[in-house]
Ligand binder design. Structure first.
Ligand code: MN
Length: 239
């Protein structure tokens, strides 16, 4: 039996009405299938009983990329540079994370998935990376293409990511926000050379890994250089 992986959907792009379109990029789905998982799309809803059933049913959860987190969720007012947000959607993801953590089921967060996980655990975000430091380099590098390489990340020893990728890795980068204060129970395990947090792992948690880049985009390359991250996640979900 393939482990069932709940993938949190998001409302369709530019569609802020809930309960209409539950969208998820095909590269997340393909990466999970290639890694041996059985993806289950979790619809965007604030029906807590439904979300509890999905949490019981699935062996692990992928929280994908998406729009900005509403700064109300971390007690800040919106900065002029913030992008699109959707508070009911944030509340759906925060409720799912609460339920997942209650059962200590495996979690893989990607881009916004890392950011909302950090917020769920009491952390905060730079609403735009220009606010972090004047030395912060460009982390929105669409011109490199989706599976393209944008910058290096340096990975801490004694981390799962280090076991998977070693001490450094070149990644893509499509984020204008990043972690500011790190949530309780999370450990920073990778940073870009400009100090931007690029990955965290859960302390005292069976499997919680979240990255700021988009490993799923690399599934279209014949060598699938990021597949081993999904394999490590799916393996943890099968335990
Ligand atoms: Mn980056």
């Amino acid at each position: 039996m393939r482990p069932k992986i709940g993938v949190l959907a998001h409302p369709a792009v530019n569609d802020h009405a809930l309960l209409l379109t539950h969208s998820i990029g095909g590269d997340y789905i393909q990466s999970l299938i290639d890694a041996g998982g059985l993806p289950v799309i979790i619809p965007v809803t604030n029906d807590k009983e439904l979300l509890k059933e999905y949490t019981d049913e699935c062996d692990g959860f992928l929280i994908p990329g998406g729009i900005d987190v509403n700064p109300i969720c971390f007690n800040e007012n919106p900065h002029p540079l913030i992008g699109d947000t959707n508070l009911p959607f944030d509340r759906f993801e925060l409720e799912m994370i609460r339920l997942i953590r209650e059962q200590k089921k495996p979690v893989l967060g990607i881009c916004r998935g890392l950011q909302i996980l950090n917020v769920a655990m009491g952390g905060s975000l730079w609403q735009d990376l220009s606010l972090q430091s004047e030395n912060t380099f460009k982390h929105v590098q669409k011109e490199q293409g989706r599976p393209g390489i944008s910058h290096k990340v340096e990975i801490e020893e004694n981390s799962l990511l280090h076991q998977i990728f070693g001490k450094e890795l070149y990644v893509n980068s499509f984020h204008h926000q990043a972690l500011k204060d790190v949530g309780e129970g999370l450990q920073v395990v990778a940073k870009a050379p400009d100090g931007t947090i690029e990955a965290v792992e859960g302390k005292d948690y069976p499997y919680m890994v979240a990255v700021q880049w988009h490993p799923e985009n690399f599934i279209v390359l014949p060598e699938k250089p990021m597949l081993k991250l999904f394999e490590s996640f799916v393996e943890a979900c099968g335990k």
